[in-house]
Write a protein that binds this ligand. Structure first.
Ligand SMILES: [Zn+2]
Length: 199
């Protein structure tokens, strides 16, 4: 009888944890033009990725444009997102240049809630044969690649980690097939998400 009661409590406890929700506000900074169709897929892919990869809470993503967000809104975490470069579906002529596909702002040891995604570099990285070496990329594929980069940077902010893992979402370099993977990568080791109310 005691065992049965204990089991009931455990199940109830697990159910309660899974229902804990946290809101993540994402404010898109004015900058590079991202078409409505790319933006819509990007937001959907990023939300799915956050929900499947960061399982410490049931994340609800709220997207706002910089300037249109109301001061009365509050979120558990807030991240400002900037796009840079040519975010259209026209691919570059060659895979020119190297450099980070995205970035997270830091100050000393602190990770700041500002991330960026470089559309030119993401598209250049996709020019490899196993990527998308064609002149136009479907908006859903571009959105997917951009969202993989965003997820990586969002994880830097939420976990307040600067160092990378060897594998998974938090590895330092993504291949073209990583960028086009239909499912978000998971962190190799789940880091604690900083700043959430302790249970
Ligand atoms: Zn990184």
């Amino acid at each position: 009888m005691w065992l049965r009661i204990t089991a009931v409590f455990l199940v109830a406890g697990a159910g309660l944890l899974a229902e804990d929700s946290a809101t993540l506000g994402l404010v898109i900074r004015k900058g590079a033009t991202v078409s409505a169709v790319v933006r819509e897929s990007f937001e959907a892919d990023t939300a799915l990725g956050v929900q499947s990869s960061f399982r410490d809470a049931k994340w609800v993503l709220v997207w706002r444009d910089e300037g249109s967000s109301s001061a009365s809104e509050s979120y558990d975490r807030l991240i400002v997102v900037a796009f840079k470069g040519d975010c259209s579906t026209v691919m570059p002529k060659s895979a020119y240049g190297n450099g980070p596909l995205g970035w997270t702002s830091t100050s000393g040891d602190r990770v700041l809630p500002f991330i960026g995604i470089d559309c030119d570099r993401v598209k250049a990285a996709l020019m490899a044969p196993e990527g998308w070496p064609h002149s136009i990329i479907p908006s859903g594929l571009l959105a997917r690649a951009l969202s993989h980069v965003a997820l990586h940077e969002i994880y830097h902010v939420l976990s307040e980690r600067k160092h990378h893992d060897a594998e998974g979402l938090f590895k330092a370099e993504y291949s073209p097939s990583d960028l086009l993977a239909p499912v978000a990568m998971r962190p190799a080791g789940l880091a604690e998400i900083a700043g959430l109310p302790k249970r």
